[in-house]
Design a protein around this ligand. Structure first.
Ligand code: ADP
Length: 447
């Protein structure tokens, strides 16, 4: 096992990894920016090293500063958490070149999945069903029209380097295609410095369903069921649940087996998530995230598996501590993302939290770095707390969630807590009938 793990992240993610380190009895180091000097991970880690000023480029993405922190503290493994350097194949390679262990997949898989065109080719080779579209990148409008004629409209132009829903434009008909193509390329160039795009049929009312997979160095590959993440605004997830209210046990087993088999064919290592769109009883692979997901706790709640603990054990060369047959799904879990954002305009609302009270009681888990007196910095992601609920079944889970939301206090900054309190009583949430368009086109539109 590792002598010391250095965590290159902040907020609730750093805390989540820190908790796993403590339970494994591994000393931990947290690196932080000057803006996070008073944060909970810094207080709770065995050691902390300041690696730069607030801007992420100068701190959490500053590889030389992170390597210096490793050298100073003598850590032998690096956990990248979620976001920041977690899907940076160069960083994973640099870490390995320094004789350290990167707690994550192999650089080749991070790289293959980081480019969406290559990811689709890799996924097709591994037997995953794809959204009908261009077989690879599309470089001009003549080629795009050929794909459109074959696949049909509406058509979605997507950036190969895309992320966070940027660089995506819909062409409703062939007449819109030239404009959508140019707009997606321009947005992709501005956001990612790469204007490579590809085309996919634009699905009308799909659900976003993702499968958690995990693989060790000993040939063991297991899937841990699915997460339903269709409640999205601007392609950002806000509310996730497991299992999906849309799937039967047979459909769950089918997509789980397909994802696990693809993981095995790829020779993938560690934890990963295969994201699918689901429509008319068909699954279509859209991307694979080669890291822990923000919403991983709902899988942990229904399976009893500690994903971060397993991730660390796998990186240390140990075999998975369970088999596919050992995995059972118990009850229902929901995660609400509580963001420092105005619940109607979604503008960030950083600032000082003078009163904080986390919900508690049976079936309630809170992943957060907040404390009374903490100032939410304006420099980073607006996620400030995750409220995770486990119940005997979906109705029980929703009842618990409603109760927990009433208990939860974050004052005075506006947060998405207010939104979740309304969301929990929406009929499409109660009956589980929502799709990826529902939040924006129905729920937020009706306000
Ligand atoms: P990103 O990496 O930018 O998040 P994804 O490919 O994961 O991009 O897609 C993000 C979201 O965009 C999906 O969850 C879904 O809501 C929507 N989306 C992506 N592809 C399609 C498609 N072919 N048809 C309809 N919606 C799509």
């Amino acid at each position: 096992m590792f002598k010391k793990i250095l965590i290159t992240n902040r907020g609730d993610v750093a805390l989540r990894v820190l908790r796993a380190c403590k339970e494994l009895d591994i000393p931990s180091v947290v690196v932080h920016s000057t803006a996070d000097a008073d944060s909970m991970p810094v207080r709770l880690a065995d050691e902390s090293v300041c690696i730069g000023p607030p801007s992420s480029a100068d701190s959490y993405l500053n590889i030389p500063a992170i390597l210096s922190a490793v050298a100073i503290t003598g850590a032998d493994a690096v956990h990248p958490g979620v976001g920041f350097l977690s899907e940076n194949a160069n960083f994973a390679e640099i870490v390995a070149a320094h004789g350290l262990t990167f707690i994550g997949p192999e650089p080749l898989h991070i790289r293959a999945m980081g480019d969406k065109v290559e990811a689709k080719i890799t996924a097709a080779d591994a037997g995953l069903p794809l959204v009908p579209g261009s077989p690879g990148a599309v470089y001009n409008t003549a080629e795009a029209h050929c794909v459109g004629a074959e696949v049909g409209y509406p058509l979605l132009v997507k950036a190969a380097s895309g992320g966070g829903g940027r660089g995506m434009k819909v062409a409703e008909t062939a007449d819109d295609l030239n404009d959508a193509f140019a707009a997606a390329r321009a947005e992709a160039k501005a956001a990612f410095g790469d204007d490579t795009v590809y085309l996919e049929r634009y699905l009308g009312q799909p659900r976003h369903i993702e499968v958690q997979v995990i693989a060790d160095r000993h040939g063991n590959v297991v899937h841990l069921g699915e997460r339903e993440c269709s409640v999205q605004r601007r392609h950002q997830k806000l509310f996730e649940e497991a299992p999906s209210p849309a799937l039967s046990a047979e459909q769950r087993a089918r997509i789980g087996d397909i994802a696990a088999e693809a993981t095995r064919k790829m020779g993938y290592l560690g934890v990963g998530t295969m994201e699918f769109l689901y429509e008319d009883d068909q699954f279509f692979f859209i991307e694979m995230n080669t890291r822990l997901q923000v919403e991983h706790p709902i899988t942990e709640e229904i399976t009893g598996v500690d994903l971060v603990r397993e991730q660390i054990r796998i990186a240390a060369g140990l075999p998975l501590s369970f088999t596919q047959e050992d995995v059972t799904f118990t009850g229902h879990a929901i995660e609400c993302r509580i963001n420092a954002e105005h619940p109607e305009t979604f503008f960030p609302t950083p600032g000082k939290v003078t009163a904080f009270h986390a919900a508690g009681g049976p079936g309630v888990r809170v992943e957060s770095c907040l404390y009374s007196g903490y100032s939410v910095p304006p420099y980073y992601d607006s996620l400030i707390a995750k409220l995770i609920i486990h119940g005997d079944d979906r109705a029980h889970c929703l009842a618990r969630l409603r109760r927990a939301l009433e208990e939860f206090i974050v004052e005075p900054i506006p947060t998405t807590l207010t939104l979740h309190k309304r969301l929990v009583d929406a009929s499409a949430i109660k009956d589980g009938s929502y799709d990826i368009r529902w939040l924006e086109e129905v729920f937020l539109n009706d306000q």
